[in-house]
Each structure stands twice: as structure tokens, then as C-alpha cells.
Write a protein that binds this ligand. Structure first.
Ligand code: SAH
Length: 243
């Protein structure tokens, strides 16, 4: 009689320990001290890897060391896996970009504090949070309504005051134009004209250009009303949806 009881107690203890170490914050709404410190450590390692990959901008490294990337992901990924250097699914056939690409694209834009930035493809809201953490005035457009409302919620609970709307990124956000920086995180086949128009004089824009098989990051600069265009890394982003 004693043995089965002991086994039962042992099993219950194991289950409790398993729940304690694996339960994502999203299930309870609150993180335990251990979860907080696990995530801090995961972020520290992620930043170390960004440095090893050649990211040098201290503002970006500090911001990415602070923004809780796991909180922007669906419940199943709210673990230290969120900090691996790879994209992850966020539902609706979309992905959050890998940390290196977020850092790289941001670094290419040489952002100054207070600059007005338009992001196309809010997705999880993570890139918007990183930009806000750096001190940018962030406007972000997402075409999938569920993703837009999820991003609005997480940005609010994590304390980032970004302006997010559900809409078609090809139209830009004329009401708040011009923008000093435009970051496009989905790939159009051709340069979206309205975005080029909404770029401020002296402004910079970065976008992945191409189809699902072949894309390159392109960097644009507006000088004296003219556009200078430079091709950069080959990349792979989800397509920019045309309505
Ligand atoms: N920056 C995001 C990753 C975005 S993935 C992050 O940090 O998580 C690309 C996003 O672009 C997807 O969420 C997709 O729905 C969105 N998207 C695709 N076409 C779009 C369009 N025409 N306008 C606005 N958003 C678009």
C-alpha cells in the first residue's frame, strides 16, 4: 500500500517541477523569477552572438538586450527558444525575423533618437519595439488584422508607445509622412512608389526586393529629391501581400 502512494507522490512532484520549468509566461500571465532570469540570460547570449556576427551599434545591442522578444511570440514559443538566431512562426503563415536581420536592418539605417520611422509588416511587433527602445517615433502597418491587434496588445503591455494600424503597407501612412526612415519587413517584387514618396529628404529606406526564390536587401537614400539605390545581402522574407 505504501509503495503506490510513494510513486503517486513522486509523480506529482515531477509534474509540478515540469510545469514550473516549462510553463510559458503566456499561460499564467506572470513570469516567475526563474523565468525572468532564464530569459535575461537567453537575451545576453543572443546579444553576444550579434556581436560575434559583427553588429557594433551599442544602442541596438542595448535595445535588443532589453526587449523581451519571447513576449511577442505565440504561447508555445514563449521560452528561451525565442532568442535563437532564426525566424519563428507567428501564425497566419507569417514569421518573426531572426534577431540578426532585425539588428542588421536597423544598423543600416543609422537611426538617431527621435527620428520618425515607418515599418511595413508589424508582424509580432518585435521590430517595432526594438525601434521604440532605441528612441525612434514608430509607425507600423500590418495587413493581417489578427496580427495587428496582437501586436497592439503586446506593445501596450510591454510599455512601447508605437503607432500601429491594420492596413495595406503599399499605401504607406500619408497622414504622418514624411518619414526619416522606412523599414520594410516583407518582400515586394517592385519598389512601392508611395513609400518612396513618403520618405523625407535625407531619409533612408531598407527593404527586401524580389520574389520567393530570389531577394536582396536594397538600401535607398533620398538626396536633393533624387533616389540613390544600393543592393545589399541576399535574404529571404515573406512576400509583401498585394490586395
Ligand atoms: N517585423 C515583424 C516581422 C514581419 S513578417 C516582426 O518583428 O515580427 C512580415 C509581415 O508583413 C507579416 O506579418 C505580414 O502579414 C506583413 N505584410 C505582408 N504584406 C503586407 C502589406 N502589404 N502591408 C502590411 N503588412 C504586410
Amino acid at each position: 500500500m505504501r509503495k503506490p502512494r510513494l510513486i503517486l507522490v513522486f509523480c506529482l512532484l515531477c509534474l509540478t517541477a515540469f510545469w514550473f520549468f516549462t510553463s510559458p509566461a503566456g499561460c499564467t500571465g506572470q513570469e516567475t523569477a526563474m523565468e525572468v532570469s532564464n530569459m535575461e540570460e537567453a537575451r545576453r547570449l543572443m546579444v553576444e552572438q550579434l556581436v560575434a556576427y559583427g553588429v557594433t551599434d551599442q544602442k541596438i545591442l542595448a535595445a535588443m538586450g532589453k526587449v523581451p522578444r519571447h513576449r511577442f511570440l505565440p504561447a508555445g514559443y514563449m521560452t528561451s527558444a525565442a532568442y535563437g538566431d532564426h525566424p519563428l512562426p507567428i501564425g497566419h503563415d507569417q514569421t518573426i525575423s531572426q534577431p540578426y536581420i532585425v539588428a542588421y536592418m536597423t544598423e543600416c539605417m543609422h537611426l538617431a533618437k527621435g527620428e520618425k520611422v515607418l515599418e511595413i509588416g508589424t508582424g509580432s511587433g518585435y521590430q517595432a519595439a526594438v525601434l521604440a527602445e532605441i528612441g525612434a517615433d514608430v509607425y507600423s502597418i500590418e495587413i493581417v488584422p489578427e496580427l495587428a491587434s496582437h501586436a497592439i496588445d503586446v506593445l501596450k503591455t510591454t510599455g512601447y508607445a508605437c503607432h500601429v494600424k491594420c492596413g495595406d503597407g503599399y499605401q504607406g501612412w500619408a497622414e504622418y509622412a514624411p518619414f526619416s526612415v522606412i523599414i520594410v519587413t516583407c518582400a515586394p517584387r517592385e519598389l512601392p512608389e508611395k513609400l518612396v514618396e513618403q520618405l523625407a529628404e535625407g531619409g533612408r529606406m531598407i527593404l527586401p526586393l524580389g520574389n520567393v526564390f530570389s531577394q536582396r536587401l536594397v538600401i535607398l537614400r533620398k538626396k536633393d529629391g533624387k533616389i540613390e539605390q544600393e543592393e545589399d545581402l541576399p535574404v529571404r522574407f515573406v512576400p509583401m501581400i498585394k490586395k
